[in-house]
Design a protein around this ligand. Sequence first.
Ligand code: GUN
Length: 295
Amino acid sequence: MSAKIISGTEIAKQIREELKAEVAEIKEKHGVVPGLVTILVGENPASISYVTAKQRTAHDLGFHSIQDNQPDDIKEDELLSLIEKYNNDDSIHGILVQLPLPKHIDESKVLYAISPDKDVDGFHPVNVGKMVIGEKCFLPCTPHGILEMLVRSGVETSGAEVVVVGRSNIVGKPIANLMLQKREGGNATVTVCHTRTRDTAFHTRRADILIVAAGRPKVITADMVKEGVVVIDVGVNRIGKTPEGKAILCGDVDFEAIKEKAAAITPVPGGVGPMTITMLMKNTVQAAKQFAGIE
Ligand code: GUN
């Protein structure tokens, strides 16, 4: 039997409709327009396409949005001053610095410089710490998007065996943490596999829910999963170009083969990607409301 396709595009569309209504309401009742700045350093093609999509969505939702492009050779101090400027700008509620940054810039220093109240990426240690202990905070966008997809698709996470492949700060560590918490979309038993795991397939075959953020094309093959698994594929790998110059994408799992065994699976593109962007918008609306004292 072929798996149900969990469409991030469709779920994201629903959430954006909800957000659009919320933006209109806070604008009318409180005179507040959510403001988002995305800072891009250099010209990494993947980063340009992510940032463009984020700006387009912010614009569509009626945000005040700024795209701030900086040259590859910007000095660390200059970037820190720029962040400080936006920290002090009352029309901006969310600040996002697109990663990765050039090697001469200390990424942690930059992320620590963003005010935790405007950290809509959820990468500042204050927000990471709050997330771990289950306090209200900005949740990192990709893990937050995965939780929403699971919940809105009716996937039972309570008591489920969840296996996460990948231990990055952006996806693997936070999604593992969120799914073990006592919360909606949580209460799972979580295993994290990484590059030093002795037998990854042993773990992935036990998974009721398999979340893959390994960053390598099709590393999870059909023999590595059990019948009826729910697969969330976070990978976005550029494996070539069409004759028109468009990137050809694939995920970290062998979609075609695994969809014959899985109960449900996310596609690439159209899976986790649109959810990540949407949760950034949700966090920015939350930041604007908190700034205005609405909640
Ligand atoms: N690079 C890849 N994913 C992300 C993300 O979620 N946020 C930022 N700022 N950079 C990224």
